[in-house]
Each structure stands twice: as C-alpha cells, then as structure tokens.
Design a binder for this molecule. Structure first.
Ligand code: ADP
Length: 371
C-alpha cells in the first residue's frame, strides 16, 4: 500500500513540539515520500532549541517508521523555516546576549583548550580524556566537554554510560563526575542509538549550549574534544569557542599527517595558538617478545611539527592497555597511573600547561634569568 502525505501527517499528530502537535506547529517542511516508501521531512527550529527539540525529532521518526508501507524515515532538524525561506537572525537571549555569541569567556572556566584531529579514528577522544586526567594529576581543576556531537565517546571512555545530568535551574545542567573531571557530553542527553540528524547551525548551537549552559565549577582548564575533521562546522566552532589553544592528534601515517596539517592550518586561520602535535599509535611493543616496531614509520609527526613551526608534544604508543582501559571506561591515567603510558600523557599535559600559562603557544618559553 502506497503511503501518502496525509498518512504521515496523521502519524505526526501524536508528536508534540512544545505546546502544539507537529502538524499544528507550522514547523514541518513538505513531506516527501519516494516510490520505495522512504519518507523525508524536516522540522524547522530556532538553533537555540536544538537540544530541546531532539526528542520530538526522534519521536517523529519513530512514528513514521511504524506506519505500514514505510521502508525508511528520515526526520532532520533544520534552522531554515518550512518552505525554505532563510530563518531570521536569532533574537538576543536573556540579558541581551546574542544567541550565537562570538568567543567570550565562559563562566567558571579559566582556560579552554581544544583537542582536534584532521580525521576520525586517530585516538583524539582517548587523548582528550587522558590529557584532561593528566592535567588533573598536576593538581588542576579540570573539565571535559565532549563536543564530538556525531560520535560522543566521553560517556563510554569515563564509564558514565546511561547517566543523565541534573538540571540545576532553568536550562543550566550540572556536569557529571568522571574520575574527578567535570564532564558534559551530548551522549548524556540523547539515546546512544539515536543518530542525530542535525544541520550545521543546530550542531553549533548545541555545542554553545553545552559550553555555556553548564555549571562549570571553578575550572582551571576545560578540555574540549572537538568533532574530527576540518570542515566548515569545525572552523565555525574554533571561532565560537574562546580557545586558549589547540592540541592536534595525529597517527604517523602520511595520510593522517596531511590531515593534521589541515588541522594546524584551520586553527592558524582563526588565530588560535597551536599548543602542539601529539603522535598517537607511534610505536608498538610486542607483548610476547618486547620488540618495539614502528608499524607506520617513525618520527614523521615530530618532523612535520618542526616543518610547520609548531611544538611536538610527545608520542603515545599503540598499546593494548590503552585500548582496553579506554573502551572499558577506565582510562589509563586514572586507573593505571604507574604504567609508562600514563607517564607519557602526563608529560604531554605538562607541555600543554606550560604553553598555556606561559602564553608562549608555538614559541619557546622566554628564559628567565635571576641575578
Ligand atoms: P577518535 O576520537 O580519533 O575517533 P578514539 O579515541 O575513539 O579516536 O580511538 C579510536 C580507537 O582506538 C578506540 O578503540 C581506542 O581505544 C583506540 N586507541 C586510541 N589510542 C590508542 C592507543 N594509543 N593504543 C591503542 N589503542 C588506541
């Protein structure tokens, strides 16, 4: 039986967006049904409502999927108004603050630093978590914001899966505690299986909300695990977040280094200091014979850093302990601090912190001579 637009609208009448049902809300785009039974529709929302609208989007998708004759349903949130007209400039928020603020300081946070990579799968999140824990081990108060909106991993890496942050007042959320870190992730707010189908402005807005509508408590450093890649979304984000600096994670393969170069170029473009490059999965020690092999070659990231004129922060080996502790929510720096890998992260953290506090990102520290 062929599905019609009116069948879809009837199904959506059971889904509410704020006070109204979806068809009454005036936010729905025309419904497209293709001959194979695939249904595509979008919901226009103000970017500041991205997080709050996600449950309605997911419910709409489920309601359409449940209709007989539907092979697939794709419901996306969009910042454009139904009908395709561009949305008006978002109005100012409370206190006259623009909804999409330019980089301004974040309440409760002294320094924000980004951990970025030119592509996915290079160990960016593992590095971000262990770097945050290693900064904490120096006696600092540290937070972790998982801004990797399409693949949030902080809940898993810190063993916080299934937990929900408490609303303190209004829209302000309390960060969760992961091994002493103050942690926020989109993964705490949206079901893991829910693929988020958000367009650029939504993503930006959700990240802005996670930065500014969280009660960060007196942090020396907030480590932001950025979305991988160097596209427009990442560039906009690098601009919107008041970054003290960026750490680029790369593996030694040539391809990853090319991506790392793009990462460096992106932050330079928006005038964010590069704190340095971390080479992840640099070497492999055979667990049986102990022989160290450089599977992807060696020294490439160090040379690349030199060539680009940015600091080389250190290398982390490819090691089973790192993978197992990471993926089971027991990060190596917190749970196996005596391991040499934990020491490697601590050395990287020391380099990062010196560069942030010395204000000498990508330049050597000045020598202080006491007479
Ligand atoms: P990204 O954030 O770049 O996508 P992840 O941090 O999620 O990467 O890491 C991808 C996978 O590689 C995970 O399974 C992680 O446990 C593993 N991994 C990351 N770094 C290392 C390492 N140094 N040694 C072994 N496994 C690692």
């Amino acid at each position: 039986m062929a599905i019609s637009e009116s069948d879809v609208l009837k199904a959506l009448a059971g889904v509410r967006l704020g006070e109204r049902t979806l068809p009454e809300s005036g936010r729905l785009s025309p419904v497209v049904v293709d001959p194979s039974g695939r249904v595509v529709v979008s919901i226009a929302v103000d970017p500041s409502e991205a997080l709050a609208s996600e449950p309605a989007r997911a419910a709409a998708e489920a309601a359409i999927k449940a209709l007989p004759g539907v092979s697939a349903a794709l419901v996306s949130l969009t910042a454009e108004r139904a009908g395709g007209a561009p949305s008006p400039r978002p109005p100012a928020g409370p206190g006259g603050r623009a909804r999409m603020p330019r980089a301004q300081t974040i309440e409760g946070v002294k320094h924000v630093l980004a951990v970025a990579s030119g592509k996915g799968g290079v160990g960016k999140s593992t590095t971000a978590v262990n770097l945050a824990l290693a900064l904490q081990a120096q006696g600092l108060r540290v937070g972790l914001l998982d801004a990797d909106i399409y693949g949030p991993s902080a809940p898993k890496l810190l063993g916080l899966g299934g937990q929900r942050p408490r609303v303190i007042s209004g829209r302000i959320l309390e960060p969760l505690d992961g091994y002493g870190l103050q942690v926020m992730s989109i993964g705490f707010l949206v079901e893991e299986e829910t693929a988020m189908i958000w367009r650029g402005p939504m993503v930006m807005s959700a990240i802005t909300q996670m930065l500014r509508e969280v009660a960060w408590n007196d942090l020396d450093a907030l480590v932001v695990d950025m979305p991988p890649g160097t596209g427009d979304a990442q560039l906009t984000m690098a601009q919107a977040v008041p970054l003290a600096g960026a750490v680029i994670v790369s593996t030694p393969q040539d391809l990853a280094l090319i991506d790392a170069r793009r990462g460096v170029a992106m932050f330079k473009k928006v005038e964010v200091p590069i704190l340095g490059i971390v080479e992840n999965m640099a070497s492999f020690a055979c667990p049986r014979c102990g022989t160290v092999s450089h599977i992807f070659g060696h020294g490439g990231a160090r040379q690349e850093a030199e060539r680009l004129g940015v600091p080389f922060l250190g290398e982390v080996p490819l090691d089973m302990t790192i993978r197992e502790t990471s993926d089971s929510g027991r990060p190596v720096v917190a749970t196996a601090s005596e391991e040499p890998h934990a020491a490697a992260y601590r050395a990287i953290a020391a380099g990062v912190w010196t560069r942030i506090t010395g204000g000498t990102a990508s330049r050597p520290s000045p020598r202080i001579v006491i007479e």
